[in-house]
Design a protein around this ligand. Structure first.
Ligand SMILES: Nc1ncnc2c1ncn2[C@@H]1O[C@H](COP(=O)(O)OP(=O)(O)OP(=O)(O)O)[C@@H](O)[C@H]1O
Length: 396
């Protein structure tokens, strides 16, 4: 037979020989243990992790949420910067309508009676001057306070600076009141109303739970142990749960997260679909690099004097911004994920004999004997031989 004919025959065998499984029983305790042990591992993985922990048999849906907030509380300030003053929510909540985020004013630098006029710029290397030649008319600096007039004027008895057209007198914010002016804000309370929907399952929930009535709402206050369902939070309590000191944060402000977790199992624990609250500081408070800490912004209140001149009170406001972050996923039994995960588990189980085979053919002392019987190639001649053997046994 030529070489090419032999090669062709081999290919034909390779393509058209039919392979079928044959059951080989190995009475060996070692390989039996390996097989059962791997089966147990897969079973534990499927039942324990896939079904119980991951709940892979469930369809899931993400939460859609709406939040409104209302802060209440009073404070009284009597400092040298300002006349004695009583504060309520309408004064210290900016803007007054709260939603996913609300700001509580805790500290401020007030510059009253500003008018549009000319005054010397605050001294710094780019504004100090010796004579008018050092100042350029019309020059502006975004880090400055106004437009230069081109004149060099006395800032104090020893220092001269360029004159600017601005809201004068200029704000001096080098000294921030400490302790914070509205230190009493720690006792303010906030009511958070949060409604959520899982649209795929048509499930709606509120953080004001069905058993909460108006009289309870009038007197309750959130406490993780004694009152975990109350939606009214004391600001000091929020900060202490976030590991922060209110008075410390009140001086320069900051951002704090109120995190509401709506992770719900709608199969078994549908009634336990309630919000879980947690709190954490969101702005970076670097213990070493304390550059530009806190949170502040400016706003002004405008007036007209009796003689018609416009004046304003400029307020540099420091405070805590509370961001309400709602997240969560609901799960409910679904036939498609169940079938997909069942299929994956069965596929896993079908791989196990390969592990036991590997152990049997590489680690056992009778590995050569087992490997001889593992694959049997039946040729047409083998069939004739076995028929004749069977016949000769029969005639004996
Ligand atoms: N920040 C808060 N601290 C404590 N209780 C609050 C707070 N905000 C609202 N409440 C109380 O919760 C209940 C529901 O408040 P909601 O704003 O829905 O009603 P309201 O009658 O308009 O409230 P109010 O007129 O007292 O501001 C009311 O009894 C209200 O007094």
């Amino acid at each position: 037979m030529s070489r090419s004919a032999g090669c062709c025959q081999k290919t034909l065998h390779y393509v058209f020989d039919y392979e079928t499984t044959k059951t080989l029983v190995i009475p060996n305790i070692g390989v039996g243990c390996i097989f059962r042990f791997t089966q147990l591992l897969v079973l534990l993985y499927v039942v324990g992790y896939v079904c119980v922990v991951q709940k892979a048999y469930q369809d899931t849906d993400s939460v859609i949420s709406s939040v409104t907030t209302k802060v209440k509380g009073f404070a009284y300030t009597n400092t040298s910067d300002m006349d004695p003053r009583f504060w309520d929510g309408a004064d210290y909540i900016i803007p007054p309508q709260g939603d996913h985020s609300f700001f509580v004013l805790t500290n401020m630098v007030v510059t009253p009676k500003q008018t549009q006029s000319r005054c010397p710029e605050l001294p710094n290397p780019s504004t100090t001057c010796v004579d008018d030649c050092d100042c350029i008319e019309g020059r502006t600096d975004t880090r400055g306070n106004g437009i230069q007039t081109g004149l060099c004027v006395n800032y104090s008895q020893t220092v001269q600076t360029c004159e600017v057209l601005a809201w004068c007198p200029l704000e001096i914010d080098t000294q921030i009141p400490e302790p914070a002016m509205l230190a009493a804000a720690e006792n303010f309370t906030v009511l958070i109303k949060n409604s959520v929907t899982f649209p795929k399952f048509n499930v709606h929930r509120r953080n004001i739970l069905p058993h909460i009535n108006s009289s309870y709402l009038k007197r309750c206050e959130f406490n993780r142990k004694t009152d975990p369902d109350c939606p009214i939070f004391r600001l000091k309590h929020i900060l202490s749960e976030a590991g922060e000191d209110f008075q410390d944060m009140a001086v320069k402000g900051g951002v704090l997260g109120i995190i509401i977790d709506w992770s719900c199992d709608l199969d078994w624990w549908a009634r336990k679909c309630v919000p879980k609250y947690s709190f954490r500081r969101l702005d970076n408070k670097h213990p070493v690099n304390n550059v530009a800490p806190g949170y502040n912004f400016r706003f002004a209140k405008y007036y007209k004097t009796p003689d018609g001149e416009e004046t304003r009170t400029l307020i540099k406001a420091y405070g805590i911004r509370f961001d309400v972050i709602v997240f969560g996923t609901a799960g409910k039994f679904g036939i498609v994920p169940t079938i997909v995960n069942l299929g994956a588990a069965l596929a896993f189980l079908s791989l196990l004999p390969a592990v036991s085979d590997w152990f049997m053919l590489t680690c056992l002392s009778k590995k050569h004997y087992y490997s001889q019987h593992k694959v049997t190639y039946l040729s047409e001649d083998t069939e004739a031989e076995s028929i004749s053997m069977a016949t000769s046994y029969g005639t004996r």
